[in-house]
Structures are given as C-alpha cells and as structure tokens.
Design a protein around this ligand. Structure first.
Ligand code: ADP
Ligand code: MG
Length: 676
C-alpha cells in the first residue's frame, strides 16, 4: 500500500468511512483533501444547543436556534411558475414557526411532515413567527444525537449538496481516530498557558464552553505564526551565513560637500536613520532595511546620502521607482545634486535611457602601472531596470523607492543583478506593525518620524459634490495669490462603465473654460513619457496653474507651490492612498488645503474620510485603513507576500505575532547550537 508510509494526518479523505467519490468531490471543493485539512476546517460559528429557545421565546430581529416538528409543508409557484416559495411550519409545545425559502423549489425534497428539525436564523416577524432562509438540520435518532444535539455544536462552511450533519459527523469520527496522531509541532517548545495542539484542535470543533474556541484559535494561530517566522528568520540567517556585507560605509568625502550644497539642515530623524544605514553599510552582513517616513519626511535626501556612501566606497548604485514621472523627478534631482560632485547619474525607463559620457572610461593601456579605480555610477529607473538587460559592475546598493508599489519578487530580481548588494527599501505608506513583522519581517526597519521645519499646515475637508462650484471658487482665489492646484480623478476616460465616475477628458474641457485665463493641463497614465514630462515641467514652472490628474501623481511628485488638492470621488480611494495623494501638497511654507469630494452616502465611507480630515499621521491612517478594508485590500495589487492564514488574524494578533517571533528565534538558536 503506497499510503501506508504516509504520516497519518496526510491520509486522504477518500480512505475515511463514509466518503465515496461524490462526498470526496464535495470536500475537495472546500479544499479538504486530507485528514489534516479536515481537522483544521474552521467552523463558521458554534451553536449552544444545550439551551435552545422555545418557539415562543423567539424575538423579532434576533438570530436564534430553535427546534420543533414539521406539521405542514408546501411549495407555491407564481409569476407563471418562474418564482416559488417553499414553506414549512414547525411546532413545539409553545407555538408555531414558519420557515420560508424563496426560489429554491428543491428544498421540498429535503423535508417531510413529521421530521424533527433544528433551525437557525433571524426572526423576520412575529405575526406569524417567520424565518426566511434559515439554516436547518433534520434530527435523527441513535448515537448521532451525541454529536449534534445537547452540546455546543460546530457549524461549518459547506458546499452544495454537503449536509452539515454529515460533515460534523465526519469530523467527529476523524477526531476520535486521529487526535492522538497530532504531534507537538516543536518538541522543546513550552507553552504552559495554552492547550496542546491536539487539544486545541479538539476544542476548535467541540468545545466544552464557548470561550474555549478562542483559546484554541490562539494556539493554532500561534503555531501558524511560528511557522511563518521560522521561514522568515531562516531566510535571513541563510543570507547572513552565505554572504558578507560589501564594505560600503564610505568616508564622507562626497557626503560632506553634498550636505553643504543642499541648502538645508537634515532633521534629527534623518540623521538618526542615516547613522543606522551607515552601520548597516559597513556591517558584516548585507543590509536589508526598510525606511518608513510619512510623505514629505525627506526620504530622498536620506537615500542620496546612502547612495553616496556606496559610491565613496567604490560601488555603483541602482535606484528603482514605480513610475516614470517619479524616476524622471529623481533623475533631475540627483543629477543636480551629484553633478557638482562629479558622480555620474543615469536614467533607464521604458521610454528613455541615458548614458553619461563620464561613465565611459578611456581604454587602459595593458602596461598601465597605476590602476584607475573602476567607474561607478548611480542608475535611476523604473521596473525597466529589471526587465531590460541593465547590468552594472560592482553593484553595492539597491534602493527601492515606494516599496509598496513593487512585489518582493521584483525587489529580489534587482538585488540579483549584483553579488549580495545592500538593500534599502523606502515607503511612505506606513506599514502597520503586524504586517511589518510578517510580510516585511525579513527587513530591519527605521522610521523618519519627524517632518522638516517650515512646512505649512495641510487642512483637510470633506465636501459633497453640490459644493463643487465653491471649491472651484476657492481654487481661483488661491491662484490669484500665486499658488497652484491639483484636481484628482480616479479614472482616465469614459470607457469605464462604472456609473458616477466622470470622464476626466470631458471634465478637462469644462475646467479649462472655468479657470481661464489660468492654464489647466491634463496628466494621466496613458500619456507618453515625453508628454508627461512636458506637463510636469510646465507645472513646476507655474506655466500651468491647475493640474487635472489621475492617481499617477500619487507617489513622489514634489511641487511646493501647489497648495490645493481637490480629490473627486474620494470615497473610491483607500485611505492610505488618499494620504499619499494629499502628501503632494503642504510641501512649501504656505498653508495647504485638501478637499475630499464625495457623495459619502454611506455611514462607512463618511467615517473613513473623516479619519483623514482628523489625522495627518500616516501610521494612524494606515492602521485605520487596514482595519476598515482588511490586510489584503490594504496591500493592494502586490499581495505576493501575503501569508495564507487559517487561524491567524493580522488585524488582531499582534501580541501573538511578537511572541511567535521570539519563539522562532530561540528555536533557531537551539537548532544552530545542536549543529554546533
Ligand atoms: P518623501 O519622504 O515623501 O520622499 P522628499 O524626499 O521628496 O519626501 O522630500 C520632500 C521635500 O522636502 C523635498 O523638497 C526635499 O528637498 C525637502 N527636504 C528634505 N529634507 C529636508 C530638511 N531636512 N529640511 C528641509 N527640507 C527638506
Ligand atoms: Mg519620495
């Protein structure tokens, strides 16, 4: 028997009593293939069947479980038999309850007058007492009573054709047979405050008391987080075992003049982070560091200093940004900054590729006695850097700007262009602590937690669409004072069928009229790189006063004279993204204004936008955003690093995650000690 050698928990469900091909197919649809899958199939909820309500005790609007005997049932069809309602009447000693199913005529086949049935659902009305579409379970006699009735019973997610009581019975029997085979995940791991894994699995399904379920979840979530942390920390230790850090701490000969040229002093927070970076860059292992700093905190200058450390040490640097606009902007800044220092800066995007002449070294004569130091440079680019044949000698440092726009795989691809270069990733979307410990768990983290002085305040308002004329009047007033404005739209053109989203190009013509003689320009992702760059240059030079843009301006764009931002359909954006957008203003000394325009009909979207009106703290906003939308949505398109968790909850389990991290560390220490 090939399966004889399988670990018991890997036993396929098809070998269990009562599971034929049809049941196996149903279980497969739930992702249940092995005994282990069954044991970890998490109930949706539990039902305390020790104290069921009598039918008379049911309250309108409340969900409850009751039981009774079917005294009548029938199917009615109407609207030329295209619609139907199936109904049965349940009776106990205290009263009657009507249960109805709309347009599910086959329900008729599952019940018969005289059946004893348990039902769960929300009571719709008391005259007569009615529940629509309840969950049901026909009660049968025999030993099965022990599993289903008079206890706290698990209620599982199901799939069509799979009865609740079959699955519950199957899991009950599987537990009885395999519970013993659930081993301690890590011998030597002492968790005196928690049940063993085997006990936890039992409690998860058939708890003695309801709070046991959460205790069980804790244990199983902890096991999950330990596995995750082990993987993260193993990867990290492996890197440290395999690679030593390139000596890139520099000698200040470029940084000193650079800081003089800058025209401002670094903030204390920037200096603190730079010290951490320098320690890493001269350390024994390759740096793997995440620098978080709210929009406008001044990450670019920090990245520039870090790049100079590598360049001083004779290594090249690659900087990857998520959009061409941002790459171009960095290119312009770095060229200005580094040009005076004699450091070559190149650009490589999908549509443009520069080559600095200084990079091309004169051929050395073979007999040259004095070796020239190799040419080093800074290359700035978009993801074109990883897709094209970009390669560079002596790559010492990789910088990823706006890390959240890239996946981990892309980051690694660029890193692999060198031999274990240092890695600096930067993000302005603050990462909630639980995510920092899990998906970004292989990175050390620094925070620039202070803004440069002399920034004007940003005030944020939530306004409904009917006030738009007033908002535009406000923009005209600010333009008269010499300022500029952004108007942001969520979509590019009318092809989009989603109702309510205005066509940005149509809007453009309208706004041109409205703001004349001031100039309005349009910026969106479908323009060519040159067109984008032309628009940005004109806006920077205040030849354009109003920039109508899609969220392409979300990251990095830096025009201090723009002090007004109007965001239309603001309720369609995530909070973290709105905060990013808002970060485009408040960059100069003038007071800035962000107006979030939305119908905000629903309580939830109004509540969401209010978070922004009340806080300028990116961390607070990110936490709120993750709580409101969930971690998956929060992370957006790059969920590649998202762990799949059955029991762990990235919103609530921070203490567990921190504990798992420590435990994993000591497990690995012990493992290393054993190996000597
Ligand atoms: P972000 O952290 O969002 O990437 P940037 O690096 O683009 O922010 O910096 C925003 C603006 O603040 C830039 O114009 C930059 O030159 C300026 N800046 C950075 N650091 C300081 C500082 N210490 N003092 C004054 N201005 C600064
Ligand atoms: Mg930036």
């Amino acid at each position: 028997m090939p399966t004889a050698s399988l670990p018991p928990l890997e036993t396929p469900v098809t070998e269990l009593f009562g599971v034929g091909p049809e049941r196996a197919a149903q279980l497969a649809r739930l992702g249940l293939f092995t005994v282990n899958d069954l044991l970890l199939h998490r109930p949706n909820r539990h039902e305390d069947r020790r104290h069921l309500l009598k039918i008379r005790e049911l309250e309108e609007g409340r969900s409850a479980t009751t039981r009774g005997r079917i005294v009548a049932q029938g199917l009615k069809t109407f609207a030329k038999r295209t619609k139907s309602v199936f109904e049965f009447v349940l009776e106990d000693a205290t009263g009657r309850l009507h249960c109805r199913w709309w347009n599910l005529p086959y329900m008729e086949n599952y019940f018969a007058v005289g059946d004893e049935v348990m039902v769960y659902g929300k009571v719709k009305s008391l005259k007569p007492r009615t529940i629509d579409h309840p969950e049901t379970e026909v009660i049968e006699g025999g030993e099965e009573l022990l599993i289903h009735i008079d206890r706290i019973a698990p209620v599982y997610p199901l799939t069509e054709g799979l009865p609740q009581r079959f699955l519950r019975g199957l899991i009950w029997r599987t537990l009885a047979r395999f519970e013993e085979a659930v081993s301690k995940p890590h011998p030597g791991l002492l968790l005196p405050d928690l049940p063993s894994r085997a006990n936890a699995i039992h409690m998860l399904h058939f708890p003695q008391e309801l709070p046991d379920v959460e205790i069980a979840r804790h244990r199983l979530a902890l096991d999950e987080f330990i596995d995750l942390q082990l993987a993260i920390q193993r990867r990290r230790r492996k890197l440290q075992a395999q690679a030593s850090g390139l000596p890139c701490a520099g000698d200040n000969r470029l940084i000193k003049p650079f800081l003089k040229l800058l025209g401002f002093e670094l903030t204390a927070a920037q200096t603190k982070v730079l010290r951490e970076l320098r320690r890493d860059m001269g350390g024994a292992y390759p740096m793997r560091r995440l620098v978080q700093g709210d929009v406008g905190a001044g990450k670019t200058v920090v990245a520039a200093c870090c790049a100079l450390m590598a360049i001083e040490s004779g290594y090249s640097v690659a900087l990857m940004a998520p959009t061409e606009i941002l790459a171009e902007q960095h290119y312009r800044n770095f060229k200005r900054w580094f040009g005076e220092l004699g450091v070559p800066v190149e650009l490589q995007t999908g549509s443009r590729k520069t080559r600095d002449e200084r990079q091309v070294e004169p051929r050395q004569k073979p007999d040259a006695t004095v070796q020239k130091p190799p040419a080093v440079s800074l290359t700035i680019g978009t993801h074109a850097l990883i897709e094209s044949g970009y390669s560079v000698e002596r790559l010492g440092l990789v910088i990823i700007d706006e890390q959240h726009k890239f996946g981990v795989a892309q980051r690694e691809k660029l890193v692999r262009k060198g031999r274990y270069p240092h890695l600096l990733v930067m993000t302005a979307t603050p990462i909630p602590r639980t995510l920092g410990l899990t998906i970004y768990g292989d990175l050390d983290s620094s925070v620039i937690d202070q803004m440069p002085t002399g920034r004007g305040r940003v005030r944020t308002f939530v306004r409904s669409r009917v006030l738009l004329p007033k908002v535009h009047e406000f923009i005209r007033q600010k333009i008269a004072e010499g300022r500029q404005a952004y108007i942001v739209f969520p979509r590019v053109d009318e092809g989009d069928s989603q109702a309510g989203i205005k066509a940005v190009t149509q809007e453009f013509e309208q706004l041109q009229k409205e703001f004349a003689p001031s100039k309005v320009a349009l910026l969106h992702g479908r323009l060519s790189a040159e067109e984008k760059e032309r628009v940005m240059t004109a806006f920077r030079a205040n030849e354009i006063q109003v920039l109508l843009a899609t969220s392409v301006i979300e990251v990095g764009v830096d025009v201090p004279n723009a002090t007004v931002m109007v965001i239309e359909n603001a309720d369609r954006f995530g909070l973290a993204q709105l905060h990013q957008l808002r970060g485009r203003i408040g960059r100069g000394a003038h007071e800035s204004y962000c107006v979030l325009v939305a119908e905000a009909k629903s309580e939830e979207s109004r509540h969401r936008l209010e978070v922004l009106a009340q806080s300028n703290d990116g961390f607070e906003i990110a936490e709120a955003d993750m709580r409101l939308r969930g971690p998956g949505e929060f992370l957006g398109q790059n969920q590649s690093g998202m762990p799949s968790l059955r029991f762990g909850d990235l919103l609530r389990d921070r203490p567990l995650i921190e504990r798992a991290r420590e435990l994993a560390g000591s497990l690995l220490d012990a493992e290393q000690a054993r190996r000597g």
